[in-house]
Write a protein that binds this ligand. Structure first.
Ligand SMILES: [Zn+2]
Length: 346
């Protein structure tokens, strides 16, 4: 009952922040409920824990007992907490292995805030799209995603903290356009920000236009994987209002140089306040030779997950004149600003 009343207040309050008694708060939705966005601390804004690449609707997911995954993953979460990371934003959508019970258990056991998502992933030749994504309208899809925000994911009380979509490299096709429109509709009802796996700046410009045509400001958009864009394209995207995410940072020296150069160019334009950085690390679900299920690191060439920013990128940028203030901007202030939701308390 308490949950019901709380949900009700939350939903009506999103639109009623103008009332005299209403008070605005900027919060984020974690798998354990809302926290103030100012409490997120050092945040890795694009990571995965488990991802299942078998394809949508092939098998029942998760393919493993949650207890097995908790036992395997918990040491990594504990280590991350020790390095000072307070929040991990988990970007695995439904139908590609999203496992909210695992995320909640890991969050409660490690003390790390974890944020999960709603939405569908149409990149990778649409291998991870359920069949209803083809037959339903943008409004029907938005209803499904909004329902997760209002009532919880798959019968749990766990709610999404952002909308995660994925599109390919080309100008968006009709299915991709529909998903982005559904994201816009969900944003308008929930306030959740829209993070999109994006293959190119051409696709990013299409996203911005679809959002605009549906009444959504580009400040609500996080363009994921802009490391695939050139430095001038990144700067142009930032100037159009959206957030850009440089999220494949690895221990490879070429990677550190590449990301350093991107960030130096953005700093020279005084635009560091619109960039997010992360590793895009995680584990894929695999079938062992004996038929049991295991986990394999997809490390972006990182043997040690979630660590290259701290062990290599920060020292490299410090040598190039970046300050502690710059790192706080990138790892604390920007994620809080990008993912915050305006909540009104009555
Ligand atoms: Zn990712």
């Amino acid at each position: 009952m308490r949950t019901f009343i709380y949900n009700f207040l939350l939903v009506i309050s999103f639109w009623s922040c103008t009332g005299q008694k209403a008070q605005k708060a900027y919060q984020v939705m974690t798998v354990n409920g809302l926290i103030d966005s100012g409490e997120m601390g050092i945040t890795l804004e694009h990571e995965h824990i488990t991802t299942d690449f078998i394809g949508a609707e092939q098998v029942k997911q998760p393919q493993y007992p949650v207890s097995q995954a908790v036992e395997f993953m918990l040491p990594f979460m504990n280590e991350l907490k020790e390095t000072g990371v307070a929040t991990l934003i988990e970007c695995t959508p439904e139908y590609i292995g999203r496992d909210v019970l695992l995320l909640k258990s890991l969050s409660q056991k490690s003390g790390i805030n974890i944020i999960t998502n709603t939405g569908y992933y149409a990149a990778a030749d649409k291998k991870y799209l359920p069949s209803h994504a083809y037959t339903e309208t943008a409004y029907q899809l938005a209803d499904r995603w909004t329902n997760e925000w209002e009532n919880g994911i798959n019968g749990t009380e766990i709610k999404p903290g952002f909308i995660k979509l994925g599109v390919g490299k080309n100008s968006l096709d009709s299915i991709e356009q529909k998903l982005v429109k559904a994201g816009a509709l969900t944003h308008l009802k929930s306030g959740l920000k829209i993070a999109i796996h994006t293959g190119s700046s051409i696709a990013a410009v299409d996203e911005i236009n679809i959002l605009k045509n549906n009444g959504v400001d580009s400040r609500a958009l996080i363009v994921i994987h802009t490391q695939n864009c050139t430095s001038p394209e990144q700067i142009k995207l930032i100037k159009s209002g959206c957030w850009i995410s440089l999220d494949g940072i690895s221990q490879n020296p070429e990677s550190i140089e590449q990301y350093s150069n991107f960030l130096i160019a953005i700093k020279q334009e005084n635009l560091l306040g619109k960039v997010l950085i992360s590793h895009d690390n995680g584990w894929s679900v695999i079938q062992n030779g004996d038929g049991t299920i295991g986990f394999e690191l997809f490390g972006n060439k990182n043997e040690k997950p979630y660590s290259a920013i701290f062990s290599l990128l920060i020292p490299a940028l410090t040598a190039k004149g970046f300050t502690q203030e710059d790192f706080d901007q990138l790892l604390v202030k920007n994620p809080a600003e990008a993912f915050k939701i305006e909540i009104c308390t009555l």
